[in-house]
Design a binder for this molecule. Structure first.
Ligand code: F3S
Length: 417
């Protein structure tokens, strides 16, 4: 790889051993991916910047300490650009929920203190774009969370490849990323077309569409025909669905997303070679994958995968207002700390909490699948296709996909209707 003098100096240790190690990772990764150079990055989303749980299954005390040392080392180095973090391993407002003990809390506080100096913003959310980190068109980024990478590439026109926790950390510290894939105009072309012929009524429908498209796309780039502009909540579900069944870096919606004015503009030969129809039957097939039986007992209703917007919180509050969650049922709204504070100020959080619901900030249940309280869940209902998919795969409980209204109704009756 061709390195500039400045990059070679970092590699040679001009800024210390840790930045040198970080740059070496980026060079090795770039060479493996066929990148010819490293380019400046302006916006990053590192992951795993959270104190590991001391009950983490299978990890020895030494492994946990080594890991903590690694993230402390990262937080000790100044970041060169915008850096907001992916979710944490527990809710700092409610540490008991994830069994986070005093050591873990102290370690987390230490990270917060270090981050104050380094400049990293510990937002601990899978939707940084709801916490004020909104990359601009053409901006070079290094983001982790899979759906968020698709979202910023597709809907904002920013440019990010899919990053690991380590490469995003390395990018934030060194200020560089290897140039390949979606960072290049040629790497942003579509590979297949999904022809949507069904009426898209709810956010959940967009998640189902993404789930269908991800299966066909795998790591390629899908484009969609037949869609109108949608609200951010629907876009979030579409990207999460694509990133659940596949590993796409971006998607296009013809006539809607900024780089897809026409099919001719995004397909290499001006038109798609593969076309898949998504009509009522295909929509129904996804719903049947996550169907509940009428009358089936539900023990957790989960909103906020990906982390909820303020508008979603408002809608949930309106639906649950004056009602009561079934005794023993968990009603969870996951979001970032800042949006929970806003919802509290505006009264929407109180409505949800008075009905028996609770907020989960900074994290999500999939961060602690080893905890008995999550393993005890038999059936989760959610409007997020990614959450119900992983409820089955990671928590081992049944996931039912439903609209927000259907899920709220299940929370009140304790049964799937
Ligand atoms: Fe976020 Fe957890 Fe879903 S990290 S995207 S709420 S699986």
């Amino acid at each position: 790889m061709n390195l500039t003098a400045a990059q070679r100096a970092i590699l040679d240790g001009e800024r210390g051993a840790f930045p040198a190690k970080c740059l070496k990772w980026l060079v090795d990764w770039g060479e493996a991916m066929g990148a010819g150079r490293l380019i400046p990055v302006e916006n990053t989303m590192p992951a795993y910047l959270s104190a590991p749980c001391h009950t983490l299954k299978g990890a020895s005390a030494q492994q946990i300490e080594e890991y903590l040392q690694f993230i402390r080392e990262f937080c000790e180095h100044p970041v060169t650009c915008t850096a907001t973090s992916h979710i944490a391993r527990f809710d700092f407002d409610d540490p008991a929920l994830m069994d986070a003990g005093p050591d873990q809390l102290a370690a987390q506080q230490k990270l917060i203190d270090l981050a104050l100096e380094s400049g990293i913003t510990l937002t601990w959310t899978c939707t940084p774009y709801l916490a004020g980190n909104v990359p601009q068109m053409g901006q070079i980024c290094a983001w982790t969370e899979s759906h968020a990478v698709v979202y910023i590439n597709a809907f904002l026109g920013a440019r990010s490849t899919r990053h690991s926790g380590e490469t995003a950390l390395a990018a934030a510290i060194t200020g560089f990323v290897p140039e390949f894939g979606a960072l290049l105009t040629e790497g942003r072309r579509a590979d297949l077309l999904i022809d949507v012929t069904v009426d898209m009524k709810t956010d959940m429908d967009w998640g189902a569409l993404g789930y269908f498209a991800g299966k066909h796309a795998n790591i390629r780039t899908p484009a969609f025909r037949g869609l109108r502009p949608c609200r951010i909540e629907a876009a979030k579900q579409l990207c999460a669905g694509v990133a659940t069944t596949g590993g796409s870096t971006l998607l296009h919606i013809v006539g809607v997303t900024p780089e897809a004015p026409s099919e001719a503009a995004i397909f290499r030969d001006g038109k798609p070679k593969e076309v898949y129809a998504f009509g009522p039957q295909e929509m129904q097939a996804v719903r049947e994958t996550f169907a509940g039986r009428p009358g089936q007992a539900v023990d957790v209703v989960y909103f906020g995968c990906p982390h909820a917007t303020l508008q979603e919180i408002v809608e949930i509050a309106k639906l649950i207002r004056g009602k009561q969650v079934q005794s023993g049922l968990q009603f969870i709204v996951a979001t970032n700390y800042g949006l929970k504070a806003t919802a509290k100020r505006l009264g929407f959080a109180r409505i949800i909490e008075e009905a028996g619901g609770k907020f989960m900030v900074d994290t999500c249940p999939l961060q602690a699948p080893y905890l008995d309280r999550f393993k005890a869940w038999n059936c989760m209902a959610s409007n997020g296709v990614k959450q119900v998919h992983y409820a089955r795969a990671i928590l081992g409980c049944q996931g039912i996909l439903g609209t927000t209204e259907e899920c709220v109704q299940a929370a009140v009756t304790g049964r799937w209707a």
